[in-house]
Design a protein around this ligand. Structure first.
Ligand code: PAF
Length: 279
């Protein structure tokens, strides 16, 4: 595997490649990321991964500085997966001058759910993904469903800008007890790690109630928030939305069984976890 930091060198290596499959990451790689690499391999060749902790998508009080950085072990994992190039730019490589041009998602997607609690997050993600796509010029790029709203935002962006990159969705990778794998799980203490799968259990309860035809969605959302709070979580939201656009479902949507997804974000101690489940 070639490890490349500079955009120029990356372009030199990828010149003429028409089937590149790309997996952008912020490193601290776990099995979930590796499953994205495997999916990428099914959709293209060569597979290019990136590791870049993107300052633009972190708020001033968020965890940019302490975000786990495990470069050496990440490299070993990617090598085993047969990744051809790891693009690992420094901040200077990626942002040699202040990034004044930004990609702004629409308020209807960018300011709700995650966007409400992490202002600027989706603009930061859209900007770096656009820039990474411009560097790698992939035919396909793989994003995990764990970050459901991010996946939707990137997919809409790629479509609206007529980017020549197909966005592929990968299923969420879970530990045996149901916890969705995330680099931020590394922040959890042992007792928090034991409690963490409760988020997925709560999502399952909401989904099951709705599947059983109990369609008072507001009630399920509130009960879910309360049950998390009773176990000392600080929930930001538990929200049932339409899969197609993440808007709240109308009575007609419920009657017509429009595909839904339940999404949640909550803090356990100091660690903020997100998860979702398609209903
Ligand atoms: O999901 C992530 O790891 C990041 O948001 C991404 C897509 C690599 C952009 O920095």
């Amino acid at each position: 595997m070639k490890i490349i930091c500079s955009i120029e060198e990356l372009r030199d290596h990828l010149r003429g490649q028409l089937r590149t499959a790309f997996v952008p990451t912020m490193g601290s790689l776990h099995e979930g990321h590796l499953s994205l690499m495997r999916l990428a391999r099914q959709h293209g060749d060569p597979v290019v991964a990136s590791i870049f902790v993107n300052r633009l998508q972190f708020g001033p009080n968020e965890d940019f500085d302490k975000y786990p950085r495990t470069f050496q072990s990440d490299v070993e994992k990617l090598e085993k997966e047969g990744v051809y190039i790891l693009f690992a730019p420094t901040e200077k490589d990626m942002y040699p001058e202040p990034q004044e041009y930004r990609v702004q998602p629409p308020d209807s997607l960018g300011n709700m759910l995650e966007g409400e609690f992490r202002p600027g997050f989706f603009s930061g993600v859209s900007t770096i993904v656009t820039k990474l796509f411009s560097c790698v010029q992939p035919r396909v790029a793989v994003f995990g469903k764990k970050d459901y709203q991010q996946l939707m935002s990137v997919r809409n962006m790629a479509r609206q800008f007529a980017m020549p990159t197909e966005i592929i969705a990968a299923e969420t990778y879970r530990a045996e007890d149901g916890l969705a794998l995330s680099s931020r799980n590394a922040y959890l203490s042992d007792s928090e790690r034991a409690e963490a799968p409760e988020l997925y259990r709560v999502l399952n309860r909401v989904a099951q109630n709705i599947r059983n035809g109990n369609d008072d969605i507001g009630k399920h959302e509130q009960l879910a928030m309360r049950s998390l709070a009773e176990r000392n979580w600080q929930p930001d939201y538990v929200a049932v939305r339409r899969r197609i656009d993440l808007q709240s479902p109308s009575a007609d949507d419920i009657a017509q069984k429009t595909p839904l997804v339940v999404l949640a974000a909550a803090k356990l101690g100091k660690t903020r976890l997100i998860d979702n489940l398609e209903i």
